[in-house]
Design a protein around this ligand. Structure first.
Ligand SMILES: [Zn+2]
Length: 690
C-alpha cells in the first residue's frame, strides 16, 4: 500500500499541476474560469492526498468541543471552491433532493450489458424469480386462514419478504419485462389481502427490524413497482406503529438487540423519512406530514453517533444490553448511518454528516478487511488485535449480503453529499470481493459469511438459518449496484464503478448516451463510447481509484490527452464531445500487500493478504488442505512481483516455489463453492502445516 500511495502522489503532481502549460491555453472566458477553479482544487486535492490518507484528519483529532468540530469539518469536507456546479432541483423521486451535490441515476436509467456483474445479477435474480408468489406467501396466508392457492410450504417466513418486496420492485424498474410484471401483480394482490388483516404484514408490532424492511418494501412497491397499493399498505403500517406506545416511546438501548422488540431500532429512521418524503410528494395534509416527521425524529441515535461526532474511542463504550454485550453489531451500526444520512437530508444539520464522515474514516482505517468486508467474529466492530485473532481462528469473517448492501448505500450518500469520489473506492472493492464473489443461494440458504481464515477458507452457504437476513438482502445488494455506477450534476457526467452498462444523460438540448464496455478488472483499460444528437461540451469524470500503481492514461479517439484535472478525486476530461467519441482510460493495477489495506503493524502477530488493484487474491489448492500452504513459500522480505509471476490467464499468478509445483493465486471472486483457498496469511508464524 505504501508503494501504491507514493505512485498516486507522483501521478497527481506530474499530471495535474502543469500550471504554466495550462496558462498558455487560450480559452473562452467561461472556460478560463472553470480551469482556474479546477487548478485551485487540484492543488487542494494534492495536499490532501499527500497526507497518509485523504480523510485522516478527522479521526486523528481528539476534539470534543463545538469549535473543534467546525475546524475539523472544514478539513474533512471539500471546501466550497471544490463545487463547480449547482445541482438541479430534484425530480419527483422522494429520495432525491436539492441538498445533494451529485445526483444518482435511478433504477431504469442504467442498462446492464454483458459482463461479470450482469452474470452475477442475472443468476441471483433467476433464483428469486423462480420462487412462485404462492410459495412466498404460503406462511402468511396459512397463519391467517386465507386460501393458500397453489402454494407449497417452503418455510419462507420472517423479514425476507419485506426485502423481496423492495428487490422485486427495483428489478421491475431496472429491468422490467412480462415475467416480473406478472409476479409483482400477484405479489401486490396477495399482500393487500394480508395487509387488511395484519397491517404490519410480518405479524406483530414487536419487530422493529422487520418494520423497517416492510415499510421500505411497500414504499418501493409504490415508487418503483408503480403500485398505488404500496402506499396504501405503508399508510396502514405507519398508522399501526404511530398508535402503539412501543413505537411512540421506544426503549432506545445502546447497542445491538435490546431486551425485546426494539431490535435494531436505530435503522428505522431512513425508512420513516422515506415515508415522510413520499406523503409530502403525494400532497397529504400538512398535519399528516408533520405528525409523520415528528414520529420519524424519535429514531435518532445520538447515543452512538456522538461517539464519532466527538471523536471518542468506540471501544470505551460497551453496549448495555442484548445479545452482543461486548461490542457493537457491525452491520446494524453501519446501517444506522444510512439513517443519519436521511436525517442530514431532512434537517441539513451538519452534525449528522460530520458523524458519518468520521465513522466512515474509522471503518476504513481500522475495521475494513482486505476485501472491503468488516465485522468478523459474530459480526462485531473489534479492536485491531481481536480482528487479527478472529482471522486466525474463525470462519465467520464477513456478513456478505446485508453489510455490502448497507455499505453501498453509505458510500452513495457520502459521494452525493460531498461530491468526493474517494467514497466510491470501498464500494468498488465490495463489488468484486463480495457481490460478484458470492456463491448462489440454494433452497433458502444464502451465502451469508465470507471465510477469510488464515489457515484455510472455503465458500459455504449458511445452512443453520433458512431464509436468513442475507437471503433477503442479496436482492437489495445486487440491485443497489445499479445506483452506484454513475452520477451527474447539472453539467457533468460521473463514472464511479467500471461496470459494463449504458446510461442516458439528459442535457438541455441533447441526450448523451454513455456506454461502458471492457473486460475490467481482467484488463486495466475501460472504454466508453458517447453517442449524442449534437456536439456538446461538458466534463466526463472518472473516480480515481485508490489502488493505482502507475500513471493513468486517457485517450480520446486513440489520441492521448495531455492532462486530466483531478477534482474531488474525479479525473476530469472537459471538452466538446462529438457523437461516436471513444474515450479509453487505462488505470494500471499492481499488487498491494498489506493486512487491512491501511496502516498496520507488519509485525509477528499480524496477518497479511494480497490485493491486485481492487481484487482480493487467494491461493488455490485443488488437492486437499494439508498438502501445502502458501506461507511455506512466500517470503515477507521479497517483493511480491518476484514471487508471483503472471500466468497466461489474466489475474492468475504462479507462486514461485522450490518444488516446481504449480501453485496458482487468482481472484477470490473466481473460487467456487467448497473450493479450498488461502487468503489471509500468518507469514511470521508457524502454520499448522509445518
Ligand atoms: Zn444478513
Amino acid at each position: 500500500m505504501f508503494t501504491q500511495r507514493v505512485n498516486t502522489i507522483e501521478f497527481i503532481s506530474t499530471k495535474n499541476l502543469e500550471v504554466d502549460e495550462l496558462k498558455n491555453i487560450t480559452l473562452k472566458r467561461t472556460l478560463v474560469l472553470i480551469v482556474a477553479s479546477l487548478l485551485s482544487v487540484s492543488i487542494i486535492s494534492c495536499q490532501n492526498i499527500s497526507s497518509t490518507t485523504p480523510t485522516s484528519s478527522s479521526t486523528s483529532s481528539t476534539s470534543t468541543s463545538t469549535t473543534d468540530y467546525t475546524t475539523s469539518l472544514e478539513t474533512t469536507l471539500p471546501s466550497t471552491t471544490d463545487i463547480t456546479t449547482t445541482v438541479t432541483i430534484p425530480d419527483d423521486n422522494p429520495l432525491k433532493d436539492n441538498l445533494t451535490k451529485l445526483e444518482f441515476f435511478d433504477y431504469g436509467e442504467v442498462t446492464m450489458l454483458e459482463g461479470i456483474f450482469k452474470d452475477s445479477y442475472d443468476s441471483s435474480m433467476a433464483y428469486y424469480m423462480g420462487i412462485p408468489v404462492d410459495d412466498i406467501l404460503y406462511g402468511w396466508r396459512a397463519a391467517l386462514g386465507l386460501d393458500t392457492k397453489t402454494g407449497v410450504d417452503q418455510g419462507i417466513n420472517g423479514n425476507v419478504l419485506g426485502q423481496w418486496i423492495s428487490g422485486f420492485s427495483r428489478y421491475y424498474a431496472a429491468v422490467g419485462g412480462p415475467e416480473i410484471t406478472e409476479k409483482l401483480n400477484d405479489l401486490t394482490a396477495g399482500l393487500m389481502e394480508i395487509s387488511i388483516l395484519r397491517p404490519m404484514i410480518d405479524g406483530s408490532l414487536t419487530n422493529m427490524y422487520g418494520f423497517e424492511k416492510y415499510l421500505t418494501g411497500c414504499l418501493d412497491l409504490f415508487h418503483y413497482g408503480q403500485k398505488p397499493e404500496g402506499l396504501i399498505m405503508a399508510d396502514r403500517m405507519m398508522a399501526a406503529a404511530m398508535q402503539s406506545s412501543i413505537y411512540t416511546s421506544p426503549i432506545k438501548s445502546l447497542g445491538d438487540n435490546g431486551p425485546g422488540y426494539e431490535i435494531e431500532w436505530y435503522t428505522l429512521g431512513e425508512a420513516l423519512l422515506y415515508y415522510v418524503n413520499t406523503i409530502k410528494q403525494e400532497k397529504y395534509p400538512i398535519s399528516s406530514v408533520r405528525e409523520a416527521t415528528d414520529f420519524a425524529m424519535i429514531y435518532v441515535y445520538p447515543e452512538f453517533w456522538d461517539i464519532f461526532y466527538q471523536d471518542l474511542n468506540i471501544f470505551d463504550y460497551n453496549p448495555e444490553t442484548g445479545q452482543n454485550i461486548d461490542f457493537f453489531h457491525a452491520y446494524s451500526h453501519l446501517n444506522c448511518y444510512n439513517s443519519a444520512a436521511a436525517y442530514y437530508r431532512q434537517t441539513q444539520d451538519e452534525y449528522y454528516l460530520t458523524s458519518m464522515i468520521r465513522f466512515f474514516d474509522f471503518m476504513r482505517s481500522s475495521q475494513e478487511l482486505v476485501t472491503g468486508g468488516f465485522g468478523p467474529r459474530t459480526e462485531w466492530f473489534l479492536p485491531e488485535e481481536e480482528i487479527i485473532v478472529s482471522l486466525q481462528t474463525r470462519h465467520d469473517n464477513y456478513e456478505n449480503q446485508c453489510d455490502t448492501y448497507a455499505t453501498y448505500k453509505l458510500t452513495d450518500y457520502l459521494m452525493r453529499f460531498t461530491g468526493d469520489a474517494s467514497y466510491g473506492n470501498w464500494a468498488e472493492k465490495l463489488l468484486y470481493n463480495s457481490t460478484i464473489a458470492s456463491i448462489e443461494i440454494e433452497d433458502g440458504f444464502a451465502f451469508y459469511y465470507s471465510d477469510y481464515n488464515s489457515e484455510f477458507g472455503m465458500k459455504t452457504l449458511r445452512t443453520d438459518w433458512k431464509w436468513s437476513c442475507c437471503a433477503g438482502s442479496r436482492m437489495q445488494n445486487i440491485n443497489q449496484v445499479l445506483k452506484n455506477i454513475y452520477y451527474h450534476d447539472t453539467e457533468n457526467l460521473y463514472v464511479n464503478l467500471f461496470v459494463n452498462s449504458s446510461v442516458d444523460f439528459e442535457r438541455p438540448d441533447n441526450t448523451v448516451t454513455l456506454t461502458q464496455n471492457s473486460l475490467f478488472p481482467y484488463e486495466d483499460t475501460v472504454a466508453v463510447t458517447l453517442n449524442m444528437d449534437q456536439a456538446d461540451t461538458f466534463s466526463l469524470k472518472f473516480r480515481q481509484p485508490e489502488w493505482l500503481s502507475g500513471d493513468v492514461i486517457i485517450q480520446v479517439n486513440d489520441e492521448v490527452i495531455p492532462s486530466a484535472y483531478l477534482l474531488n478525486n474525479w479525473l476530469t476530461v472537459h471538452r466538446e464531445w462529438q457523437d461516436g467519441d471513444v474515450l479509453e482510460i487505462t488505470m494500471p493495477m499492481g499488487f498491494t500487500t498489506n493486512v487491512f489495506e491501511h496502516q498496520f503493524d507488519y509485525g509477528p502477530d499480524g496477518v497479511w493478504a494480497i490485493n491486485y488493484g481492487p481484487i482480493t487474491m487467494a491461493c488455490e489448492n485443488n488437492d486437499n488442505i494439508y498438502s501445502f500452504h502458501p506461507v511455506d513459500y512466500l517470503d515477507i522480505n521479497t517483493a511480491l512481483t518476484d514471487q508471483l509471476i503472471p500466468s497466461e490467464t489474466p489475474l492468475h499468478f504462479l507462486l514461485v516455489n522450490d518444488e516446481d509445483e504449480t501453485i496458482i493465486y487468482k481472484p477470490f471472486l473466481e473460487f467456487e463453492k467448497h473450493q479450498i483457498y488461502y487468503m489471509y496469511l500468518n507469514l511470521y508464524q508457524y502454520s499448522i502445516f509445518d
